[in-house]
Design a binder for this molecule. Sequence first.
Ligand code: 4AD
Ligand code: MG
Length: 457
Amino acid sequence: MKEVTVYELYKDEKLLEELKDSEIVLEGWVRTNRDNGSLGFIELNDGSFFKNLQLVYDNNTVNFEEVSHFSNGDAIQVRGILVLTPEAKQPFELHLIKGVILGKCQDDYPLQKKRHGFEFLRDIAHLRMRTNTFNALFRVRSTLSYAIHKFFFERDFVYVHTPIITTNDAEGAGQTFKVITDDKNPNAFFGTPSVLTVSGQLHVEPFALAFRNVYTFGPTFRAEKSNTTRHAAEFWMIEPEMAFTDLNGNMSVIEDFIKYIIKFVLEKNKEEMNFFNTFIDKDLLNRLNHVLNSKFEVMPYTKAIEYLLKAKESGHKFENNDIKWGMDLQSEHERYLTEVIVKGPMFLIDFPKEIKAFYMKLNKDNKTVAGCDLLVPGVGELVGGSQREEDYEKLKAKMEEVGNDKELYWYLDTRKYGGCVHSGFGLGFDRFLMYITGISNIRDTQPYPRTFGSIKY
Ligand code: 4AD
Ligand code: MG
């Protein structure tokens, strides 16, 4: 008797052919169970696949009565005959010989057969992965993470583990979590203040200057007190860094990368993506396919301000309506540009130097820096990247101005010892997951979300 998974049955035609009309054994959880006294049906999910296996029980089942009492959530083991049903909704089903309970699910199980709201489910994060939506979501999350490594490995990038505990606020935004072991003496452990990393960029750049193309992919932490659907206190980021690559080269990698990982997920998780398209966002597959077939537009910041001013003149009201060159664009402005003007993914480039981090390359105009943010409809900023300032003197002057030249002497060293043109970017993993599934709250893309004012589990 063969033990198999539902995924194997769905994806391995030869195995299915081999096993049809024979006895197999499976383990899993009951999603639904209904019967009319002589014939019953159980939807079994065995965890290996988004789809369920239908179990049919009748007078050929040795313990009909017992099986008819299996309830939603029970862990069971089943033995039965695999029957192909090409004319039915599902391609095959299991005619049950016997089913046994492995673990009973108590009556106060919070997951009922009806559809639950996302907020309710967020409060039972330890159970929500059993629902269709979150089952699909976390499987896509896993696939996406594999696709990311695959993309970079196929291009010979070296994967670097940058530290989680660090001493510097890379972005200089002052939104770090402090790491302390002793309330009374915050520096007791390291002898110096330390924080959770907001970005691995500064630590990965020196590796680019040795390996050429590298990336880091790990958790990052930001104590931003913004209670929005797109901000998490803990999120994952992918940060590639490439030597001998300028801003255009950077954007071209970003575009290839985004298209590659979308394509990979669409192929690998067809069933899950169809589910999202049906139940979460009816335009999802259309939009993603459109992205695969379009060239990302590039718009300089200065041009963006012109568009926003024009919008304002023609009566559009932004919450922050004080549109002028030099302002830091808010998400409402970014979304207007990508949703109304471009109607698709776009790079916003060449920002005023005052609103961007110290490490960005100063352009020839001495006013703007070579940054590139990728904006997409629905989510806004997905990627932040730039060409880095490789000129030792210019970077040193900038760091002295910011006041981090002493602490980050080692970062400055890389420009002194064989520095070269290089660029990189950061893709917010959880935001990307929102984009690719149509899920509208970052809290519903993470296993156990941590956001301003909320930490459970
Ligand atoms: O634009 P950011 O701040 O860029 C950096 O950290 C650079 N050091 C990246 C680099 O060039 N290596 O952040 C990068 C991305 C954003 O575009 C966004 O997708 C995501 O990280 N992000 C967040 N995602 C969830 N919650 C938050 N609080 C986020 N803050 C940034
Ligand atoms: Mg940014």
